[in-house]
Design a protein around this ligand. Structure first.
Ligand SMILES: *Cc1c(COP(=O)(O)O)cnc(C)c1O
Length: 466
């Protein structure tokens, strides 16, 4: 007891901590409120530790002030910060999905640092429309007559459903009643849009006659949803888009398709399964096709709608379009991203997601071996390092069954558990997220940008050596 009292009396007072050199050196850059809070919390923590009998820390003023200074520095770190994605999953919704191209980043900076012609027609001097900056590009890349963009694809689906079929029924196949991560469920989105759901067919098979039999005077549209995050395999049947279009148009009804990831390019040359491209959906006569900006497209978060002039006009003029509108930074990044697709070879070198997708297993192996060597030199005996075969997932609800063959650097830490290593890395500067498997930490170089490699080595040194 007396020991504890003695220690408590040694605890420096808050104002002494604030005037100690470690804290004073931060005074010019760190707001006083944060320094004060850091000093108070440090004292409170130490007091608690002493009372619990666990205070082993030195209680000299310099040691305590140093602790408070580190705490103040942490408080100044932004909450949203860059993370090194070592998971190998290309499109990780929790990690912000697609990294942007240099051109997209430059466009964001250029447009945000000053004013822009966001809604001004520079020829007439009159009010213009924000969609105009990407509409021509989108039409050129997809063959559509018209295009609009909103905040995200969930918003695009909600907007299109509501604008085209509010108060009416939308006919959907039972095999397409999907839930995408984050509680985006087709039936619930429909309900929110004031559209009544009319399910047809069965989970594995839906025929044209199922749609035909469900059409009545209450029908507002036919909806097709790309089952992007799962697959029904085996004995299955879905109706091709063109046949649905023929049926619907015969009744004067529109067809809408939610393509999810929405590819602008055919990815089969990279050994990936055939996915319908946006151009194919448009060519089949679909009235409105919606897709995401930040999945395989490799751009910023956005919901893109392309289709016929008539359908897109209804969507653009719906009041919800204003509520879901895209902001100018996103628009700038999206225009730059789409411009890369005008030359597919350019898209493959400029867009990080396509570069990662296009990276061969041999290339990932070569990078992994070179990295493992550097890591071995940096970490010494602190970890066992191996290069193992490890596929990459695409993620983001795109191509669920597809894995890209590849390699990973596998680390077995010595002296700390792999879970503690993973925790330290997540809390490091910069934070690193890897995959823990079989008591090893896997670092997949496919999703690590080359200029991040030195930072990753520093982060691993900090996590294992200090
Ligand atoms: C991902 C996805 C969505 C949601 O798109 P966000 O851009 O995340 O809002 C909707 N439908 C399908 C089929 C999807 O794959």
């Amino acid at each position: 007891m007396t020991d504890k009292n003695l220690l408590l009396r040694q605890l420096p007072a808050v104002d002494r901590i604030l005037s100690a050199p470690a804290m004073q050196s931060l005074a010019a850059t760190c707001p006083h409120v944060l320094l004060l809070e850091a000093a108070q919390e440090t004292v409170a923590d130490l007091r608690r530790a002493i009372l619990d009998g666990g205070a082993t820390t030195e209680l000299t003023i310099d040691a305590v002030a140093e602790q408070a200074a580190r705490r103040a520095e942490n408080k100044q770190e932004p909450s949203l910060r860059p993370v090194i994605n070592a998971t190998g999953t290309l499109l990780h919704t929790n990690l912000g999905r697609a990294p942007l191209s240099a051109a997209a980043l430059a466009a964001i900076t250029a447009i945000s640092r000053s004013y822009s012609n966001l809604e001004l027609d520079l020829t007439t001097g009159k009010r213009g429309h924000r969609f105009s900056h990407v509409e021509e590009l989108l039409c050129r890349l997809t063959g559509a007559e018209a295009a609009a963009v909103v905040n995200n694809n969930a918003g695009a689906v909600l907007l299109a459903l509501t604008a085209l079929a509010k108060g009416k029924e939308a006919i959907v196949s039972r095999g397409e009643m999907i839930e995408i991560g984050g509680a985006f469920r087709i039936p619930e989105v429909m309900e929110a849009g004031g559209v009544r759901l009319r399910e047809v067919g069965t989970t594995n098979k839906t025929h044209l006659k199922d749609y035909a039999g469900a059409i009545n005077e209450e029908t507002g549209l036919l909806l097709k949803v790309h089952t992007s995050n799962y697959r029904i395999v085996g004995f299955t049947e879905e109706v091709p888009a063109a046949a649905m279009v023929e049926l619907a148009h015969g009744h004067g009804l529109p067809v809408m398709e939610d393509l999810g990831s929405g590819m602008l390019m055919d990815l089969t040359p990279f050994g990936l399964p055939r996915e319908p491209t946006v151009r194919e959906a448009v060519a089949a006569g679909i009235d409105v096709v919606t897709f995401s900006g930040d999945k395989l497209l490799g751009g910023p978060q956005a919901g893109i709608l392309v289709g016929t002039r008539a359908a897109i006009d209804k969507i653009r003029h719906h009041p919800l379009a204003r509520a879901l509108r895209i902001d100018k930074l996103t628009l700038a990044a999206l225009e730059a991203t789409l411009a890369s697709y005008l030359d597919e070879r350019r898209a493959l070198t400029e867009l990080p997601v396509l570069r990662m997708l296009n990276m061969s297993a041999a290339e990932v192996e070569e990078r992994s071996r070179a990295f493992a060597e550097k890591l071995g030199a940096a970490l010494g005996a602190a970890a066992e390092i191996a290069v193992i075969e490890e596929p990459s997932a695409i993620g983001g609800g795109a191509l669920p069954l597809t894995e890209l063959p590849g390699f990973a650097v596998a680390l077995t830490p010595q002296g700390v558990s792999v879970d503690l290593l993973a925790l330290r890395l997540r809390q490091g500067k910069p934070p690193v997220v890897g995959r823990v498997q079989d008591n090893r930490l896997l670092l997949n170089l496919r999703t690590i940008l080359p200029d991040e490699e030195p930072h990753l080595i520093d982060a691993l040194r900090a996590a294992l050596l200090y």
